[in-house]
Design a protein around this ligand. Structure first.
Ligand code: HEC
Length: 226
């Protein structure tokens, strides 16, 4: 009797152990394979617009009779108009120089700047470097490393920062499809932090040559004319 009970206990123990080991092994294998449905997938979508089109959805709820009734129907948008809340972040056809008019819709706060910093660490730091000096690990491999934010780019206005992040510039690729509009404006706040305080612009000469007055010598500013 006692021996039998001992045997039963032993089998129970072995069974539990085997089950536990089996489960651990399964979890382990799943952990390594579950994210690899398509082994060649890079893990991100290159052009999401191509998979999920921004086709207009005509059919929907509309209010009629001065807001008295709501009915379901199909309506085409008025030609030449854009539906509310669907304004493109950069109007179609806007050039780089025109982008100075774009303003950051997200008010600055320490929290937003921090979020920008996190995105910067994932998408920008390898080229631009921790402090935005243009000395990231990849920078040296580029035909021309990125200019320093607090150097040549010190006075770059927010609209142009947003435009360049979105559409790319030179060897920098466009990020409009990788980052949401909000994420890009948050990044602008962080880039502005790295730019440091802007050089005060007092006259048109200063706009043409964004060299701080203190460091510009007459010899230097005269040189490019010859
Ligand atoms: C592949 C490397 C690379 C990556 C990644 C990259 N940049 Fe750049 N970036 C550059 C280079 C190179 C330039 C200089 C482009 C030029 O003027 O020809 C530049 C220029 C800029 C400028 C100045 C644009 C202007 O209008 O003169 C800003 C602002 C900027 N980058 C921000 C960012 C931010 C923010 C990110 C992250 C989303 C980022 N970059 C990612 C390489 C990169």
């Amino acid at each position: 009797m006692t021996i039998n009970r001992f045997r039963m206990n032993l089998t129970k123990k072995i069974n539990l152990k085997t089950i536990a080991m089996g489960l651990t092994a399964t979890a382990f294998v799943m952990g390594f394979t579950s994210c690899q449905e398509v082994p060649n997938s890079p893990g991100y979508e290159f052009a999401p617009d191509m998979y999920r089109s921004r086709a207009l959805k005509y059919y929907g709820e509309y209010t009629i009779n001065n807001g008295q009734d709501t009915i379901l129907m199909a309506r085409k948008p008025v030609p030449g108009t854009i539906s509310r809340d669907h304004l493109p972040a950069i109007p179609h056809g806007m050039t780089y120089d025109e982008a100075v008019v774009l303003k950051n819709p997200i008010p600055h706060s320490a929290e937003v700047e921090k979020e920008g910093e996190v995105i910067y660490g994932k998408f920008c730091v390898h080229c631009h470097g921790d402090a935005g000096k243009g000395d990231g690990k990849v920078a040296a491999k580029l035909p021309g490393p990125p200019p320093a934010y607090d150097g040549a780019l010190k006075n770059l206005p927010e609209g142009k920062i947003f435009y360049s992040i979105s559409n790319g510039k030179g060897t920098m690729g466009p990020h409009a499809l990788l980052l949401s509009v909000e994420e890009r404006w948050k990044l602008v706040h962080y880039v502005q932090k790295l730019q440091g305080p802007k050089t005060p612009v007092t006259d048109s000469a200063a706009v043409a040559a964004p060299v701080p007055a203190a460091t510009a010598t007459p010899a230097k500013s005269a040189a490019p004319k010859h």
